[in-house]
Design a protein around this ligand. Structure first.
Ligand SMILES: Nc1ncnc2c1ncn2[C@@H]1O[C@H](COP(=O)(O)OP(=O)(O)OP(=O)(O)O)[C@@H](O)[C@H]1O
Ligand SMILES: [Mn+2]
Length: 350
């Protein structure tokens, strides 16, 4: 109900506490497969008719993605969906629907309450007696890629469902900096140094805030190393003067020991950034507001973080600080080119 032209929820939002609490605890009355998309996910319903999207844990929280895996064949991570929501909020964007971690019972909360026969048929008991299921989808929905409870407990992410499409139609846009999704092909932006000058002249990037919105999104993606941003969505009702929804962050936070500079291409090639974003990034580079510390504290409030393993492993938090410095350097390089006054990012005290 708090959705505006420029953000999904206000700040502060008195509803956020109770909402997150409900997502984490309300009784699940139904769970069916969500159609669309490539990986297994469920739509869960609550007694008050509220709904949420559940993505199961497929990879241990502290596991690093295999370096030989391409970005388009990576698994989705439930903790990345949760961490992305926190990061987006800390950056001051508020463009990701609230996501919480939740431990569900695959029998009581899914198998026993589902009306989805195709889903129900995929439940089985593993050799060690855990209850597993795999669903139907175009990737990773097979016995080999089943998700399993221990023996029935399964953790996952629960994202608040956006207003139904009958109430709020969304428009899907192809990202101008979309990757090729091929092992051998390069995208235009990877070979044309002057790519941004073309984008800048093309609607809707030629007017309003769309270009700096794409740069905002690129910064978020670079910080969490998400290469899978092929599309973004907007609410049709608000036309072109509106914020971009940052949905589908499951492939973020896969690697902490490596940065992916190409994700920053929109910033590097266009040399544009929102002032408020730049100020926020500089704030988060100060010792007292260090991004990793703010993230650690924020994630600590998620229900799943009471467990012994934190939602984001320490190396991922450290990577956030390192990547933030990279972003600020890129902004400074732009300022120097344009003859503006750079800020001192080496000594963070300024
Ligand atoms: N919180 C939400 N509320 C409503 N719809 C959503 C929400 N999050 C995602 N969706 C919709 O569901 C679709 C699929 O979700 P998502 O992109 O997370 O899954 P995916 O399997 O990774 O899809 P893809 O393979 O297309 O990237 C999205 O394109 C989006 O339109
Ligand atoms: Mn996806």
């Amino acid at each position: 109900m708090g959705i505006s032209r420029w953000e999904l929820y206000p700040n502060p939002d008195p509803n956020m506490g109770p909402l997150v609490q409900q997502l984490a605890t309300h009784h699940i009355v139904s769970a069916v497969q969500k159609s669309g998309g490539t990986q297994l996910k469920l739509v869960m319903s609550f007694p008050n008719y509220g709904q949420a999207i559940f993505k199961p844990m497929k990879q241990e929280r502290d596991e690093e993605t295999n370096f030989n895996l391409y970005y388009f064949s990576d698994f989705e991570r439930h903790n990345a969906e949760i961490a992305a929501f926190h990061l987006d909020r800390i950056l001051g964007y508020r463009r990701i629907p609230p996501v919480v971690g939740r431990l569900v019972d695959v029998v009581k909360d899914i198998k026993d309450v589902t009306t989805d026969h195709k889903l129900a048929r995929t439940f089985f008991s593993s050799p060690v007696g855990n209850t597993c299921f795999y669903g139907q989808c175009s990737y990773y929905c097979s016995t080999e890629h089943a998700v399993c409870g221990r023996p029935t407990a399964l953790e996952g992410s629960v994202a608040l469902m956006l207003p139904d499409l009958s109430l709020a139609i969304r428009r899907t846009w192809r990202s101008p900096w979309r990757r090729s999704y091929s092992r051998s092909k390069l995208a235009k932006w990877e070979t044309e140094p002057d790519y941004c000058s073309t984008v800048k002249k093309t609607a809707p990037y030629d007017k309003g805030t769309r270009l700096v919105d794409v740069v905002d999104l690129a910064i978020l993606d670079f910080l969490m190393s998400n290469m899978d941003r092929h599309h973004y969505e907007t609410f049709e009702k608000f036309g072109n003067d509106t914020f971009l929804l940052h949905l589908d962050n499951g492939r973020a936070f896969g690697r902490h020991s490596k940065d992916e500079p190409s994700i920053l291409a929109p910033l590097r090639q266009c040399c544009r950034i929102r002032r408020s974003t730049w100020l926020r990034l500089r704030l988060l580079a100060l010792p007292h507001f260090r991004l990793s510390d703010v993230m650690r504290e924020s994630l600590g409030r998620d229900p799943l973080s009471v467990a012994t393993t934190p939602l984001l492993a320490e190396p991922h938090l450290a990577a956030l600080d390192r990547r933030l410095t990279v972003v600020l350097r890129a902004v400074n390089r732009c300022l120097e080119e344009k003859g503006g006054k750079p800020s001192n990012v080496e000594s963070n005290e300024t």
